[in-house]
Each structure stands twice: as C-alpha cells, then as structure tokens.
Design a protein around this ligand. Sequence first.
Ligand code: SAM
Length: 344
Amino acid sequence: MDIASPWTPPESDPPSSGALVDTFGRIGDDLRVSITDRCNFRCVYCMPAEGLVWLPKEEILTFEEIVRVVGVFVSLGVRALKLTGGEPTVRADFARLVGMLREAQPDIEMSMTTNGILLDRLAKPLAEAGLDRVTVSCDSLLRHRFAEMTRRDALDRVLAGIRAAEEAGLTPIKINCVVIAGQNEGEAVEFARFSRDTGHEVRFIEYMPLDAEQAWERAKVVPNADILQDIDAVFPLVPAEGEPDPASTFTFADGAPGAIGVISSVTEPFCDTCNRLRLTSDGQLRACLFALDEVDLRGPMRSGAGDEDLAKLIRRGVWRKWEGHRINHADFVRPGRSMSMIGG
Ligand code: SAM
C-alpha cells in the first residue's frame, strides 16, 4: 500500500547491530501490536456505524506468529509492548495470547489499550496471564454523551471494567479521552475530578485525521492547551517529573492523587521524540501512525524467512521512518488505513 509520499526514504543501509534507530537518531523501543481490526464499539471519530469490512481471518497473524515477531522486536531492543486493535478483547482466547507472550518475554512491560467493555470479566484472567496494566478509552462521563460518541450505551459497564482492572492490579490505569469540539469539550474539569477521585491518569488526545469516514476537520480539534487551561483554573496543575513520553504529564499542585496527560499530535506534534513502532493485525510494520508505507513481515514469515531476515526487514523499516507526520502541511496525505485498521 504505497501512496505518493512527500518523503524520499534514505538509500543508505541501517546499522546491522544495536538499537532500532532511524536516520534522525530516534530509537524505536515501544511497540504497539494490533491483534485484530474488529471492534465492538463504533466511535464516531473512528469507525462508521455499520463497521468496516473486516480482514479475512487468514490474513490476521496467528498467536504463534505474533509471539515470534514480538520476540524479534525484543531482540532488537523493544522494551514496551502495547496490545491494541480494533478492540483487543474481542479476539477469541485473548488471555491465552497474553500468557504466551508473557512466557516468551518474562521481562517486557506489557499493557493494552481497550474500550473496557469486557474488562469486568477479563481483567482478572488477563492479570493472571501476565498483563501489567491497561489504558481504557472513555470519552465522556455522561451516559448520553458516551452513547453518542461510541454509539454504544455502555458507560456503566466501562466504569465497572475500570474498577475490575483496578481490583485485578492492572495498574497504573490510564484513561484515554478523545476531545471533539461541540461534543465533549466541556468535560475536562469533570475528568480531572475523576482523576483525583480514582488516582487514574486521564490523558486527553487531540482528534486526528484517521477516522474511516473522513469527517475530520481542523475546526473539530480542541487544542490540549485549552483543556489544560480549563483544568488549571479549577485544579492548578504542575508539570510532572519523569521520563519523557509523547504525553506531557501534569500532577495536581495540591498533591491530590491522579494526573493529567495530553497527547497533542495535531497542535504540538512530538515526532522528534517519537519512539513508537506499530505492527498491524495483518503483520505490517508501520514506523509512524501516519506512515504512507508499510513493511510486510507476514509474507516473509509465512514463506520461511528466519528471524535474522525478519530483523533485517524491521531494521530497514525503522531506518526509513520519516521526520514526522504532515498534518499541518499543505502536502498532508491521509494514510490508506484508518485508526482501527492500524492499531491506536
Ligand atoms: N479499542 C481500543 C480502545 O478503545 O482503546 C483500542 C484501539 S483504539 C483505535 C485506540 C485509541 O485510539 C483509543 O483511545 C481511541 O479513542 C483513539 N482514536 C481512535 N480514532 C481516533 C482519532 N480519529 N483521533 C484520535 N484518537 C483516536
């Protein structure tokens, strides 16, 4: 899937050893693995009400293939693994996959991003299988708005899922909230209160042009600076100390539990420090969420490539990572796949 790209990849070869580096000196050590393109929600900023045409089962990596390819990434320095989708919990036998990954990679930090609806029954088995923590998406704390944004009347069940995750020890829990102008932009302070009450970090994500219906427009993006201002006026914030992360994190100046994170991909891109890599459910490596090209790992894996061959393909794919996404440029081209197909 190559679309005319404003980026000319380097002709040079990547280093044959050491970390997964690109030509801008960034190191890719955080891998998001999508394990399905299917989802049981229909969030308005992601998927149409009727869903999408799902990938045929035979195109999706098997559990054994996922474990194998993750092993190659880990041998190349990946240290954090996030399972995602689609909705990862709809993949049959998901806890078994988590167990297989944990057995193969006892030391890796393993989390997942989920809409939370199945956590009330899956949190415990997933924790027992070796998952470390969860990020749960929740765009509104009001039942009607939650239903409008996800096209599912499921707020209570998601909140119950978050509590189940807490009881199962899948902590620290992060809550992802996509903010869209005219919909949930007035809820920032309520989410901050929720963070203080529960201790969970709430992370506001700017709406990105990755919706399958292509309804994104800049006027619907709420700059995270505005969100921080709203919260700071009620609950003063201070920048959190710690490792640099694509999310800028703040804690409450009065020492209350919880934290606020902002992922400002549109208004304040953080491409120069991006350490993320993505593997789609059909085994394509994407070095950027907005990449216009992918490196096929499934084909070679299924036609007998050894781990060394896969490692070379991965090194080359990361080496070709571009400087950054082009959302704010006139030559911006949307990737051919939308968020649920890529794995958020
Ligand atoms: N189903 C899981 C979930 O709900 O978290 C994992 C996959 S979902 C694609 C991952 C994240 O991407 C979610 O937090 C979702 O809200 C976010 N997302 C989806 N479409 C988006 C868009 N157009 N802009 C910004 N974030 C988006």
